[in-house]
Ligand binder design. Structure first.
Ligand code: PEP
Ligand code: MN
Length: 334
């Protein structure tokens, strides 16, 4: 249920209504927009007399929200959310380029890639320290050491860092991470989602390999119900019948998600395609279709990368692509 307040409502009257609604046993989310204020109720609203609320002189209208996702629903928060990660803003017209290697491999590697992606205009540095690998015999990441190397790269460049957490047992190591990534394979790890939400930090939530849009939003809802308002959604390709590309990039989710939710939506053309030569066209397409950012894998020596070399761009190719993205965005209309 949402209550839309009249433009003239004073803060005092608004707070009185919020207190009354809370006494009816619901949580109230307040979204103050330029043109309207929306109160969004989470919980059982059966006991609330909707006609009574609608009759109040400060209330413009009352609507029942039947969607199962509430906090991330655009009906609760009509304006785009703008999420701050360090000094970088994402969403609401703020486009963010995130780049870096699949995995942190050494100090030299992460610092060198960080410097080149920063020079190319990236706003955030990515790099996996805990790696979810299909085979237990493959490189599993440098783990805690990898996180320390990311922090060194942050210190050297000033770029905030984004890296994946795989389980609740490791969460204490992520206190000093700027943006915590939940990987595709963990999109429905509900304990992890809740615990990450409790940290109150920005979260990058990747769509699972075989998950629907609604399931993605319900996972965002878990994080928000845990306590974090700051969730960035990421389309990274889904599993389909075709195996020519690593996954199938579902770009239609970008405008669909913008309709359904106020959260920013970014695209990962690296994992979506699995092939470096396909990253450029898909990155440009994502920029045109309204994505709020791109997360792209970049490696100084893709041939010898310990993970995902085939889809990694060389720093110089990333720099060219970043420039092209800026150009297409100038003409792209959302
Ligand atoms: C990654 O970003 O390195 C990663 C493993 O991504 P995904 O969870 O989308 O596969
Ligand atoms: Mn990868």
């Amino acid at each position: 249920m949402i209550v839309i307040l009249k433009h003239s409502t004073t803060e005092e009257k608004r707070n009185q209504l919020i207190s009354w609604l809370k006494r009816q046993g619901v949580d109230v989310h307040v979204s103050v927009g330029e043109y309207q204020t929306v109160l969004g109720m989470v919980g059982n609203t059966d006991m609330i007399d909707k006609e009574l609320v609608a009759s109040l002189d400060i209330v413009d209208s009352v609507k029942v929200v039947t969607d199962p996702f509430k906090c991330c629903n655009r009906k609760f928060h009509p304006d785009d959310s703008v999420i701050s990660v360090g000094d970088v803003k994402i969403g609401g017209g703020n486009f963010c380029m995130i780049a870096g290697p699949c995995s942190v491999e050494s100090e030299e590697q992460i610092v060198s890639v960080a410097k080149s992606v920063k020079a190319a205009g990236a706003g955030l540095l990515r790099g996996g320290a805990f790696k979810p690998r299909t085979s237990p015999y493959d490189f599993q990441g440098l783990k805690a050491t990898g996180l320390e190397l990311l922090k060194i790269a942050r210190q050297e460049t000033g770029l905030p860092i984004v890296t994946e957490v795989m389980g609740t047992a490791d969460l204490h190591l992520f206190e000093d991470v700027d943006l915590i990534q939940i990987g595709a394979r963990n999109m429905q790890n509900y304990d992890l989602l809740r615990e990450v939400g409790k940290m109150g930090k920005p979260v990058l939530l990747k769509r699972g390999l075989a998950n629907t849009i609604k399931e993605l939003l319900m996972s965002a809802e878990y994080i928000m119900a845990g306590g974090s308002e700051d969730v960035i959604l990421c389309e990274r390709g889904i599993r389909t019948f075709d195996d020519y590309t690593r996954n199938t990039l579902d770009l239609a989710v970008v405008p669909v998600l913008h309709e359904l939710t106020h959260l920013p939506v970014i695209v990962d053309p690296s994992h979506a395609t699995g092939l470096a030569r396909l990253v450029r066209p898909m990155a440009l397409a994502a920029a045109v279709c309204g994505s709020d950012g791109l997360i792209i894998e970049v490696h100084n020596d893709p041939m010898h990368a310990l993970c995902d070399g085939a889809q990694s761009l060389l720093p110089e190719d990333y720099a060219k692509l970043a420039e092209e993205v800026r150009k297409v965005r100038e003409v792209a209309v959302r």
